[in-house]
Design a protein around this ligand. Structure first.
Ligand code: ADP
Length: 537
């Protein structure tokens, strides 16, 4: 027997219509070189309808890829809707990558047209002749356009000349909506292909109180870029709520963000832990009125309990979330509430509703949730990838099996479903045949009051195979010594886990999305460290 409910497709136009209909008095605010741009969700919707016509006129075929090279801003948001709603596929390229990687991503995603912020035309200029796209459209954000793109059509002119499309809906729910590359922290970036259905379900999931908890009346300020995992889906969940949405543009320095929080009265902020470490000092200095902030969404890497505590003390609730590009990104989450005790130790929370997890041992058996057994986390759900874009990618066979995604993260799970990430498989240190968790060492180091950030890598060792080395950024005004930190670790972890080398550094290398770049740390230091051990033995 069939159910007798309406078969309304889960396509992104559903979100666009809602934002337009019930967002008439809610703004989308964008910081641009030209100044601050303000439009209501209804006005954004009208522009999206005209942009659908522009895409028809430019002649991008159904399913064709449309690239962006842009900061967080309202034109980028308009493309987030117009491209998939009109049956095309969006690819937001990472503007912080090296130009060879940008060229690779644009070629690999097969972008036909590229929409570029005027303020980024200079960055893209050296690639002008290597871009495999048919056309480039410049988005006028008030910045000067580099000469290499002077002849390109202009977004605002195209929009002004276009008639609005009759409606947004041209896609089926399982059609591709967007392509996002993983940030490549452990390997080469891989392309994940989101569907309309996965995006709509993820956005609905994000409105749940135990997940991102985005709600009508919020003022959402994402610090996560729109080229990273669809900006964690926040443009879509904010449209669905709908909530006022604030885009910071190119300047995401803590001071600029503080000014924006103050002027727009932001209630919800979202970003990775390294950002919250810097931002905590701005909160502490008290130079800005940041009293509007109610909640912080933090994910992408582990948030230390000491970091979480700094926000709880200020009356701000803190979401610690785990996820990945392949998971749109929501996987697990835990809210730490102000007024409650800060967490004693780092844990990534329980699976968000809609996501199923299991722990699998090396030999393939499924492990119990006993808080002890460690294995690789596998995930399944309607917003989790089942393959990468490139059918010839070998990872398709290794990462996806039996309908589950192998996450590449090692974890343990408590009987109540609380997940604790132990490490990424590629970051584990194999010493004398036993594993050392780089993440647990980092956790132990940042528990020291004089440590702001820590990254631990493996380096080759003649006797043990590998040994850990730690790179530590001191807390502002502190000067911890390596000896003092080693002593501190003696009490916190097994003595054979204590890194052979601890180096104090001013800053850690970052990936294109701002995470600690351990690949680069390994490339720059592992052989030097190995050589110094060889010399001593
Ligand atoms: P990349 O793997 O290239 O960094 P992603 O941005 O998709 O690309 O990152 C996903 C990975 O980030 C996860 O597999 C996990 O290792 C790490 N991660 C994300 N959130 C957390 C968290 N809260 N705690 C620990 N690790 C996290």
């Amino acid at each position: 027997m069939d159910g007798l409910m309406q078969d309304v497709p889960l396509t992104i136009d559903l979100i666009a219509r809602r934002a337009m209909q019930v967002g008439a008095d809610l703004e989308v605010v964008s910081v641009e070189p030209a100044g601050v741009d303000r439009r209501t969700w209804t006005e954004i919707g009208e522009r999206v309808l005209r942009l659908c016509t522009v895409l028809d006129e430019i002649g991008v075929a159904p399913g064709g890829r449309v690239g962006t090279f842009a900061w967080n801003g309202h034109r980028h948001l308009e493309l987030y809707f117009a491209v998939p709603c009109s049956g095309r596929v969006l690819h937001a390229a990472n503007v912080r990558l090296h130009r060879d990687q940008v060229e690779y991503a644009i070629r690999h995603a097969e972008d036909q047209i590229l929409f570029v912020d005027a303020s980024l035309t200079g960055t893209l200029a050296p690639l002008r002749d290597r871009l495999a796209v048919r056309d480039v459209v410049v988005m006028d954000d008030g910045a000067e356009v580099d000469g290499a793109f002077a002849d390109c059509p202009r977004y605002e002119e195209l929009l002004a000349a276009a008639e609005p499309a009759e409606d947004f809906a041209r896609a089926a729910e399982n059609d591709a909506a967007s392509v996002c590359f993983t940030s490549g922290t452990t390997g080469n970036p891989q392309a994940v292909v989101y569907s309309h259905r996965s995006i709509v379900l993820h956005a609905m999931g994000a409105l749940m109180v135990d997940s991102h908890s985005v709600r009508r009346g919020d003022v959402v300020l994402p610090l996560t870029p729109m080229f990273h995992v669809n900006c964690w889906g926040l443009p879509y969940s904010s449209a669905l709520a709908p909530a006022k949405l604030v885009f910071a543009g190119s300047d995401t320095s803590p001071e600029a963000v503080a000014r924006l929080i103050e002027s727009e009265r932001a209630t919800v902020l979202a970003g990775i832990p390294t950002f919250w470490v810097q931002m905590a000092d701005v909160f502490a200095e008290g130079g800005y009125d940041l009293s509007s902030v109610q909640r912080i969404l933090c994910g992408g890497a582990e948030a230390a309990p000491s970091l979480i505590a700094r926000y709880l003390e200020r009356g701000i609730d803190f979401l610690h979330a785990w996820g990945m590009t392949e998971m749109s990104p929501s996987g697990t989450a835990v809210w730490h509430r102000s007024g409650e005790d800060p967490p004693a130790e780092g844990a990534q929370g329980v699976p968000v509703p809609g996501v199923e997890l299991r722990l699998v041992a090396d030999e393939g058996s499924v492990l119990p949730w006993d808080g002890q057994s460690t294995g690789e986390l596998e995930a399944r759900g309607p917003w989790i990838a089942r393959a990468y874009l490139d059918p010839d990618d070998d990872s398709n066979a290794t990462r996806f099996h039996d309908g589950w995604l192998r996450t590449g993260d090692v974890a343990r799970i408590a009987p109540d479903g609380t997940v604790t990430i132990v490490d990424r498989t590629k970051d584990l240190v194999k010493s004398g045949g036993e594993w050392i968790s780089s993440l647990e060492l980092e956790r132990a180091l940042v528990a020291h009051t004089e440590v702001a950030e820590a990254a631990v890598i493996a380096f080759p060792h003649p006797r043990w195979g590998e040994r850990p080395a730690a790179f530590v950024v001191p807390a502002s005004g502190s000067e911890p010594s390596p000896e003092e930190l080693k002593e501190f670790l003696q009490g916190a972890v097994a003595s054979w886990w204590v890194p052979d080398v601890i180096e104090i550094v001013a800053e850690l290398p970052r990936t294109g999305v701002g995470k600690h770049d351990k690949r680069r740390l390994r490339a720059e230091h592992a052989s030097r460290l190995a050589a110094s051990v060889e010399a001593r033995t």
